[in-house]
Design a protein around this ligand. Structure first.
Ligand SMILES: Cc1cc2nc3c(=O)[nH]c(=O)nc-3n(C[C@H](O)[C@H](O)[C@H](O)COP(=O)(O)O)c2cc1C
Length: 320
């Protein structure tokens, strides 16, 4: 990882697949991308072919980290080994030399189903298992960087959780600055970052600290990085307001109806080509209607028509 501040596209399930990452890369590239979260226990079972689609990528994308979640440390180690030695990338059909640049562990997803299984943010309450998972992943990774993405605590902000993670000498730690209980309902707690930076400097100065939560522009991200001496910021939902969010000066506000529709068309066509055999639900594509079909006369009427479509061809016909 470089010394210059990192602007990272946050992993978002059913959003940041290879198709959308290629669109973002073509608009204004992020420094780093992360796959949707992928379950290692599923990957190491008969369910593997289906889950591999979540890891699909192309050589046209920027540097990509694979995000893993699950329960069994041995499956984290096995999957990470397959990533490190390149065999998983070959299985995805990528040429030699094209590979993931790291592995990220999801310890932040607050969804009830994941938490009920003791995975993701439930690990905040199970440090022995969190340790086993991190150690197994680090063992499988060898020299490949290993990072964790998590929240500030379970029901309350708990910096002993951050201290604990820093004790594992991670290559990077991304903090979504909310607790699990807060889901995404309150503003992110940027005010605790100075305390966290102090902990990082004391416990593990080489661990890169990435802040995440409510960043809505590159300029705002730059300010936060400077204000708190962070190594980078991760941007999630902000990309919905501006596909060019990673640009120094985004052209998006001035984009005409025609330009917006042309970008949507490109997205839909790439989706249809990439997922030609229905590997991905068409409905996931509709989530993007609001991104492109906005801020021009007749946008909401056109959006309503798009929401009634059921195939990429129908969608393309509606937008003309
Ligand atoms: C639709 C959606 C899907 C998400 N999926 C993931 C995921 O797979 N892995 C993960 O670590 N975080 C996931 N997140 C959380 C985001 O990565 C990010 O931490 C959160 O949205 C806060 O950042 P933001 O305010 O910039 O959006 C998801 C968020 C959204 C809105």
């Amino acid at each position: 990882m470089s010394k210059k501040p990192l602007f990272i596209l946050a992993p978002m399930d059913d959003v940041t697949d290879t198709v959308f990452r290629q669109i973002v890369e073509s608009c204004a590239p992020a420094d780093l991308y992360i796959t949707e979260f992928v379950n290692v226990d599923g990957l190491q079972s008969v369910g593997r072919p289906k889950l591999l689609k979540k890891l699909q990528f192309t050589a046209n994308e920027g540097p990509l980290i694979a995000q893993l979640w699950g329960l069994k440390p041995e499956n984290f180690e096995k999957t990470t080994k397959e990533i490190t030695d390149g065999s998983l990338a070959r299985e995805l059909g990528l040429p030699k030399g094209v590979n993931f640049v790291g592995v990220d562990l999801n310890m932040g997803c607050p969804a009830k189903s994941e938490v009920a299984n003791g995975t993701c943010s439930a690990l905040i309450k199970n440090r022995p298992l969190a340790t086993e998972i991190i150690k197994a992943t680090q063992k499988g990774a060898g020299k490949l960087p290993v990072s964790v993405k998590t929240r500030l605590g379970w029901s309350e902000i708990d910096l002993t959780w951050v201290e604990f993670l820093l004790g594992h000498k991670l290559d990077a730690l991304t903090l979504h600055l909310r607790t699990r209980k807060e889901m995404s309902k309150v503003p992110a707690h940027w005010e605790v970052v100075p305390e966290i930076v102090k902990l990082r400097n004391k416990i593990s100065p080489k661990t890169k600290l990435i802040g995440n939560g409510d960043v809505l522009s590159r300029a705002q991200g730059s300010e936060l990085i400077a204000q708190y001496s962070l190594d980078g910021v991760m941007i999630g939902r902000g990309i919905f307001n501006d596909p060019f969010i990673f640009a120094n000066k985004s052209p998006w506000p001035g984009y005409t109806r025609e330009q917006r529709i042309a970008l949507l068309k490109k997205h839909v066509q790439l989706f249809a080509k990439t997922w030609a055999n229905g590997e991905r639900r068409f409905d996931t594509l509709k989530k993007f209607a609001k991104v492109y079909i906005s801020d021009f006369d007749g946008a909401s009427e056109l959006r309503a028509k798009v929401m009634d479509t059921t195939t990429p061809d129908e969608l393309l016909a509606v937008i003309g």
